[in-house]
Design a protein around this ligand. Structure first.
Ligand code: CP
Ligand code: NVA
Length: 300
């Protein structure tokens, strides 16, 4: 069974093909072409954390593909009342064609996938957010062409998005600079395992020099709400401002997975400015995940 728990579940070749397919599916959608490869198929969507983009994009994807989806929150399911993951996985996967999960521990999606009889998609865990990277890579490709050999700078927390950028650097062949405050670096084992060219910094200005893409994310992720104040102090020098963007290449793009906090991790003038492609990036969640759903459907 092929699952999509991290970007490493697909080969580099498959990922690049998937991005091309996402661009095709986007054009087909804009041309009002009806394409229903998931007719009568069902996607179960397990959300243990909040979501706007991920939920709307997967639900829309399934409707446009001729199928349907079921939104499952822990407030309403037995999973939320402690039914074992392996039992839930066996039961849910016996009735649907694909499962998408957003949760806390990465091990939970691994365990669910192990007991599932249908493909499982990681829609964000504490450790990874691979679906967002599909959209980010599509967006870069649409604006600038291939990302291979380019330099990307990650600014801020060494979090789930940062870890998926580390995987993407290896799979798509770009150089990745990572600027974090001391103590907020990405996980050492994920850095150590990576075959990508990674450079770790504790200064934003040094890291962004000669970058083609600058990316950031919130200072406190879902589940870290009580650390907000402490993190505001730790990350005070890690805002992506116009001054920071000026160190990057002139044609550098700015991305953010959203939701964003203007005045914290990014200045309003940057996220709402000319180099920002965040709205295309958000829309591309739909097209990239359609390509992913189609891929998993055809390859299982
Ligand atoms: N970027 C992202 O995954 O957004 P949501 O939390 O709104 O799904
Ligand atoms: N790092 C953020 C991403 C949200 C899409 C979080 O996990 O909350």
């Amino acid at each position: 069974m092929r699952h999509f728990l991290t970007l490493k579940d697909l080969s580099s070749q498959e990922l690049k093909q998937l991005i091309k397919r996402a661009i095709e599916l986007k054009q087909m959608h804009k041309a009002d072409e009806v394409y229903e490869p998931m007719k009568n198929k069902v996607l179960a969507m397990i959300f243990e954390k909040s979501s706007t983009r991920t939920r709307v994009s997967f639900e829309s994807a399934m409707i446009q593909f001729g199928g349907g989806s079921i939104f499952l929150s822990p407030n309403d399911t037995q999973l939320g009342r402690g039914e074992p993951v392996e039992d839930s996985a066996r039961v849910i996967s016996s009735m649907v064609d694909m499962v998408m999960i957003r949760t806390f521990e990465h091990e939970k999606v691994q365990q669910f996938a192990h007991y599932s009889s249908v493909p499982v998609i990681n829609a964000l865990t504490d450790d990874y957010h691979p679906c967002q990277l599909l959209a980010d890579m599509q967006t870069y490709y649409e604006h600038r062409g291939s990302i291979e050999g380019k330099t990307v700078t990650w600014v801020g927390d060494g979090n789930n998005m940062c870890h998926s950028y580390i995987n993407a650097a290896e799979q798509f062949g770009f150089k990745l600079n990572i600027a974090t405050p001391i103590g907020y670096e990405p996980k050492a084992d994920i850095v150590a395992e990576s075959k990508a060219t990674l450079s770790l910094y504790n200064s934003v200005e040094e890291a962004v020099v000669a970058s083609d893409l600058v990316v950031t994310d919130v200072w406190a992720s879902m589940g870290q709400e009580e650390e907000q104040k402490k993190r505001e102090r730790a990350f005070a020098d890690f805002q992506v401002t116009d001054k920071v963007m000026a160190f990057a290449n002139e044609d550098a793009l700015f991305m953010h997975c959203l939701p964003a906090h203007r005045g914290e991790e990014v200045a309003a003038s940057v996220i709402d400015g000319k180099q920002s492609v965040v709205w295309d990036e958000a829309e591309n969640r739909l097209h990239a995940q359609k390509a992913l759903v189609e891929f998993l459907h055809l390859n299982n």
